[in-house]
Design a binder for this molecule. Structure first.
Ligand SMILES: Cc1cc2nc3c(=O)[nH]c(=O)nc-3n(C[C@H](O)[C@H](O)[C@H](O)COP(=O)(O)OP(=O)(O)OC[C@H]3O[C@@H](n4cnc5c(N)ncnc54)[C@H](O)[C@@H]3O)c2cc1C
Length: 293
């Protein structure tokens, strides 16, 4: 029996033929790379606007001294032309500095949902396997983790001369050992996030400005394993659950968050600022400036 490693992306034909259950949450995203100095080097900027970009956010990521990657996303059925207008509007200063960007990228981001990624003679990897972080839509790290374990399993299976489902099962198991509980936690956090109104959301982010919580964010913030930090925040301030709209007895997720400790604490907390109604405001969160409009 031959082995097929299917890494054919979000529109994977192989995943479809295998009947892999895909996530109900799909983000339409549009990004651009601009040749210009970042306004805040070393700082990722997020823009949350629930009317303009329902269900998702916009981002600006410095890539070096003279390159910036910006993007917008939404889970709503918004036509690409409106997404482009949103991108250019939200980052007007950047686009004014460079009339035409170096390159655009657009596509669907299918957020992770539990599902089968192996079959007899087949391993799905990356977006094809739905290995995409439910919180940020990032699929590069988790896809590479998948590629690592798939390659390893392919070598083992080849040495044993068997590519049936049983021989490939360890690929699925190892990916879950490394990322499964984190992704389940992020799924729970995402389901809380989508239920939050703008007012509660702003209140929550405002609460993160408390010095004690800022310290936890600075010490435990980890872009690849963020859920451990949220668990610590809720343990330090159980009232966050009420702010998030959960009841202590029926806490949706944070009180039950599991996961490995953060391994790469590299963020910084920041001073508290009171959000101003109807105005843009921002807060530093673990190396990330979030703007809410
Ligand atoms: C606008 C946008 C911005 C993003 N930003 C980030 C980010 O900042 N960080 C991050 O971690 N993730 C980001 N992502 C998600 C990330 O791009 C994907 O998770 C990642 O590229 C998935 O890699 P992949 O190799 O699984 O799939 P892909 O990158 O889609 O690669 C699949 C490849 O398979 C090829 N292919 C398809 N069918 C066939 C076939 N039949 N035969 C041969 N080849 C085939 C395709 O042409 C493609 O080259 C972003 C996504 C979008 C849409």
């Amino acid at each position: 029996m031959p082995l097929l490693i299917s890494a054919d992306g979000v529109h994977s034909t192989v995943a479809r033929v295998l009947g892999r259950r895909s996530s109900r949450e799909v983000v339409r995203a549009l990004g651009a790379e601009l040749r210009m100095a970042p306004a805040m080097p070393g700082m990722v900027e997020l823009v949350v606007d629930r009317e303009l970009l329902p269900g998702w956010f916009a981002w600006s990521i410095p890539l070096g001294p003279d390159r910036v990657r910006v993007g917008v996303g939404t889970t709503a059925d918004i036509p690409p032309a409106r997404l482009l207008a949103a991108l250019r509007g939200l980052f007007a200063a950047q686009f004014a500095a460079e009339p035409e960007p170096g390159s655009y990228s657009a596509g669907l981001i299918q957020l992770w949902a539990p599902g089968n990624v192996i079959n007899d003679g087949v391993m799905l990897v990356g977006d094809a396997a739905g290995q995409v972080k439910p919180s940020t839509g990032g699929g590069i790290h988790s896809g590479l983790v998948g590629a690592h374990h798939a390659a390893r399993q392919a070598v083992h299976a080849h040495a044993r001369g068997a590519f049936d489902r049983g021989a490939l099962r360890d690929y699925e198991r190892r990916w879950h050992v490394e990322l499964g509980s984190e992704f389940r936690n992020l799924n729970s956090l995402r389901s809380i996030y989508v239920r939050l109104g703008q007012r509660r959301f702003k209140a929550l982010v405002g609460a993160f400005g408390h010095p004690a919580l800022g310290r936890i964010i600075a010490e435990q913030g980890d872009i690849d394993f963020p859920s451990h930090m949220f668990g610590s925040l809720v343990r330090a301030a159980p009232s966050l659950l009420a702010l998030a709209g959960g009841r202590a007895g029926a806490a949706p997720a944070p009180a039950r968050l599991r996961g490995r400790p953060a391994t790469r604490p590299d963020g910084r907390g920041g001073p508290r600022r009171r959000p101003a109604r109807g105005r843009r405001f921002h807060r530093r969160l673990a190396g990330c400036r979030a703007i809410f409009v």
